[in-house]
Design a protein around this ligand. Structure first.
Ligand code: SF4
Length: 347
């Protein structure tokens, strides 16, 4: 299957890999406060499946098939890790390790975990300020559009800094099992992903994200002291900060010295040989991403049921692990059959 995005759900996995967290901190303690329930009192998908905040990859996979994404949450175990997924992860990791070292830091709280994410962002900023031109696996987060107070987290594969023109370009790595060009549907999915990354990154550069917003959504205590390992790690980097309050002030101020993302690229790499097949450049369209994003949120807020693919994209169903149990597909097939009967009747 050449259209499955083997890299799409790697965000969380890679972030852990970057951080090498030795201690697992209960996810329940990161639950955000709102929105918790829909109008009919049901726990909304945002809370039920995602602990109160979304990943960029959640939103981009919605563009492929929202129903499929829903099934992945509700019927776990159907999609198992396969060699192509492992290969995709390995290729990402190899690129990351070519750009920087990975160190193990023990965490003891959610505040520690977020300290590492913020620190990984700082590493990218510092890399550019100290003459490097490439930063990889850069955490990004925030509220994409103020119309909806929803927090979104992501991990940018690569940022490229051009010191001469003072520009930053973004490049997302996607691996493929064949040499064929990606379809329109998968290209759209990747465009959504890189546009959301740009929006989140630019918001930080413009200073529109406050530390209190982060604390509110992730239920973090900005004044909680970091664990010993984090403090030690920060001191080794000559950063004397004891809590998120101080660390975020430091990092967000530095972010504002950067520039917004200029160009958005997706690089397609053939898994068999690790060679680059093509580069696709996407034009950022704020109207387009905002409209899609606000529509996708309706599902997460429990305002509508998941939507499957339309009849024109029924080819996606033939490659779907949930084809045999998909109620959306059954409903659409019946509607289609009914239309054909009526058409034949009229003729
Ligand atoms: Fe989506 Fe089709 Fe799979 Fe149903 S069968 S989840 S509509 S891709």
């Amino acid at each position: 299957n050449n259209e499955i995005d083997f890299d799409d759900e790697d965000d969380e996995l890679l972030l852990k890999s970057v951080n090498e967290c030795e201690a697992e901190v209960t996810k329940n303690s990161t639950k955000a406060q709102f929105p918790l329930t829909s109008g009919d009192g049901q726990i909304v998908p945002l809370q039920k499946f995602r602990h109160g905040y979304l990943w960029v990859s959640d939103l981009s996979s919605q563009s492929w098939c929202e129903q499929q994404m829903f099934y992945k949450f509700t019927i776990p175990g159907v999609i198992e890790e396969n060699p192509a997924m492992t290969k995709g992860t390995d290729l990402h990791l190899a690129r990351e390790l070519a750009a920087h070292d990975v160190v193990q830091v023990q965490v003891t709280s959610n505040e520690d975990i977020w300290a590492i994410k913020v620190l990984n962002l700082l590493t990218a900023i510092n890399a550019f300020q100290f003459g490097q031109t490439i930063a990889r696996e850069v955490p990004i987060f925030g509220v994409p559009f103020k119309e909806e107070d929803i927090f979104v987290v992501g991990l940018i594969d690569e940022l490229r800094f051009d010191p001469e023109n003072y520009t930053i370009d973004l490049s997302e790595l996607k691996t493929r099992t064949s040499r064929m060009n990606p379809s329109k549907a998968i290209t759209k999915q990747h465009k959504i992903q890189v546009m959301l990354y740009k929006r989140l990154f630019d918001n930080l550069v413009k200073g529109t994200l406050s530390k209190n917003t982060i604390a509110k959504h992730l239920r973090l205590d900005l004044n909680k002291e970091f664990g010993d390992q984090i403090v030690k790690h920060l001191e080794e980097k000559t950063i004397i900060k004891k809590n998120l309050n101080d660390l975020m002030d430091h990092v967000f101020e530095k972010m504002q010295s950067l520039t917004c993302i200029n160009q958005l690229h997706v690089e397609y790499v053939y898994q068999g040989t690790a060679e680059t097949l093509s580069h696709v450049t996407h034009q950022y369209d704020e109207g387009e991403i905002k409209t899609l994003y606000l529509d996708y949120l309706k599902f997460w807020k429990g305002e509508r049921s998941p939507i499957g693919v339309e009849i024109e994209e029924a080819w996606k169903c033939q490659r779907c692990d949930f084809e045999s149990i998909c109620e959306w597909r059954t409903k659409k097939s019946e509607e289609c059959a009914q239309r054909n009967i009526q058409k034949n009747h009229l003729e």
